[in-house]
Design a protein around this ligand. Structure first.
Ligand code: FES
Length: 232
């Protein structure tokens, strides 16, 4: 046999017994105590919110579906969804906002207004209908002609203006740019770009090696005198 716990209801002061593992929405409804609910206990409407007055250590922790709706603020609001709360001990809860009479009156008001509201019905006369139809047909015909003209203009556009000397358009309407060398003054322009430190180091090393090699070659080369002597 499962345990039962006492639930004291505020503001009535009524005490009811609730079985372990049964959520408060179901348990209280079984005892004919009204708790509002629109989603039927699926944690999507937040209508079944109740306030825990005391015994917050004796309720089950909120599942993810409840946290998604109410956030992780129980320590401030002390509010829980009745449909997601089970008990592990005696508690006191406040269900002041669950008033059956008020909710029923609200609902009645809503439905009464809805049935009274008459949507305006527009009834068009025969000549008006004909006029609208002709206008629509004309519009469609005009659109068809425009589309045909558009398609014709686009067709083989690359074959048009074959003789033109203008550079051909590239995709995106861009034209190839030509490098105009006539405008460059080579004497005045400095084309040496600054190198990165690493590249500069490699360049210096290479220059140094080339210099040493040139000096060595010079030493090895026989002088003109020696060369003449050798020939004789
Ligand atoms: S009944 Fe809808 S959230 Fe609890």
């Amino acid at each position: 046999m499962s345990n039962t716990f006492k639930v004291t209801l505020r503001p009535s002061g009524e005490i009811v017994e609730v079985e372990e593992g049964k959520n408060l929405l179901v348990a209280l409804r079984e005892k004919d105590i009204y708790i509002k609910s629109s989603c039927g206990g699926h944690a999507t409407c937040t209508d079944c919110i109740i306030k825990i007055v005391s015994g917050e250590d004796y309720i089950t922790p909120p599942p993810f579906s409840e946290l998604k709706l109410l956030g992780n603020v129980f320590h401030i609001t002390k509010e829980r969804l009745a449909c997601q709360t089970c008990l592990t001990g005696d508690v006191t809860i406040d269900i002041t906002k669950h008033d059956k009479a008020t909710d029923e009156a609200k609902l009645k008001n809503k439905t009464a207004n809805f049935s009274k509201k008459k949507l305006p019905t527009r009834i068009r006369k025969e000549p008006d209908i004909k006029k609208i139809r002709t206008e629509r047909a004309d519009e469609r015909a005009r659109e068809e002609v425009e589309n045909l003209v558009k398609a014709e203009t686009w067709k083989k556009h690359w074959e048009k203006n074959q003789d033109s000397e203008a550079p051909k358009k590239l995709a995106g309407g861009k034209r190839p740019k030509f490098f105009d060398t006539d405008k460059v003054d080579y004497d005045k322009t400095d084309y040496t770009r600054p190198l990165s430190a690493e590249k500069q180091k490699l360049r210096d090393e290479r220059l140094e090696t080339e210099k040493l090699k040139a000096e060595n070659d010079k030493k090895i080369q026989p002088s003109d005198k020696e060369y003449k002597k050798f020939r004789e």
